[in-house]
Design a protein around this ligand. Structure first.
Ligand SMILES: [Zn+2]
Length: 254
């Protein structure tokens, strides 16, 4: 169920893999996104299992659309939020807010980012307990979703921010056209790379690490390549129907 799981003081974090859920087919087994394609009851059961395994209460999710927008999860935001809300975009459930990152100072709320090849980044200031989570694919990364997330955390009082980079398609696998590599590297220096077979690529992890370190964050790699690991969902490998893995971060209730 988990590709990585750790505690850092009162901060818990986890990245899921594809096992331990009930989704069928290419999205199997543990799909935590794509309620528009998957059986809603299966996604609901998958969330229930993750919630139980991690001992979580509320799991906050957003409708990720490759923006650089950050959603503040505070008490008013949680009003009306239900355990079914992560199912969001499916029929009969509330619409999720459109954003690609979340921050909160609240304990007991898990911030959940869903990905398949894009880079999930979990962030925390252990001293103040302020946490964040971001969806950093190529577009969001180049648009500044990570600096925006760190800034939003600092507005909540964070000082020393640690960041964990979850499973994503690696720079040796993420082939892009040459012009796109140049464009991304201009926005995110250090992201230009080369595939294993010698063509232009983008290294999301290297780009994110550079960006975050320039902002004074302490960055830790916490995941392998989605494209080459059968244990992880990958859009490039499994196609548009692929499932989604999740990065979750929360602060324990005192
Ligand atoms: Zn790879």
């Amino acid at each position: 169920m988990f590709a990585h799981r750790a505690w850092h003081g009162a901060i818990g974090l986890a990245f899921t893999d594809r096992y331990g859920g009930v989704s069928a087919g290419v999205r199997g087994e543990l799909n935590l996104g794509r309620t528009d394609l998957d059986a809603v009851d299966a996604v609901r059961e998958n969330f229930r299992r993750v919630r139980t395994a991690l001992g979580l209460g509320t799991i906050a999710t957003i409708a990720q659309q490759h923006t650089a927008d950050v959603e503040l999860i505070d008490e008013p935001w949680l009003d009306g939020w239900t355990d079914d809300s992560p199912l969001g975009s499916s029929a009969g459930h509330p619409r999720l807010p459109v954003a690609d990152a979340m921050v909160t100072a609240l304990p007991g709320v898990a911030l959940c980012i869903r990905v398949a090849d894009c880079l999930p980044v979990l962030l925390a200031d252990e001293r103040t307990g302020v946490i964040g989570a971001a969806h950093a694919g190529r577009v969001g990364l180049a648009s500044g979703v990570l600096p925006n997330t760190v800034q939003a955390m600092r507005e909540l009082g964070a000082t020393t921010v640690s960041a964990w980079l979850g499973p994503h398609i690696c720079g040796r696998c993420y082939e892009v056209p040459s012009a796109m590599r140049t464009e991304v590297d201009r926005a995110v220096p250090g992201s230009a790379a080369e595939t294993r077979w010698g063509t232009p690529s983008v290294d999301l992890g290297a780009g994110a690490r550079g960006q975050l370190e320039r902002l004074g964050c302490v960055v830790t790699g916490a995941g392998g390549c989605t494209r080459t690991s059968d244990a992880l969902h990958s859009h490039r490998r499994d196609g548009v129907d692929s499932g989604r893995l999740a990065g979750l971060i929360w602060r324990a209730v005192d």
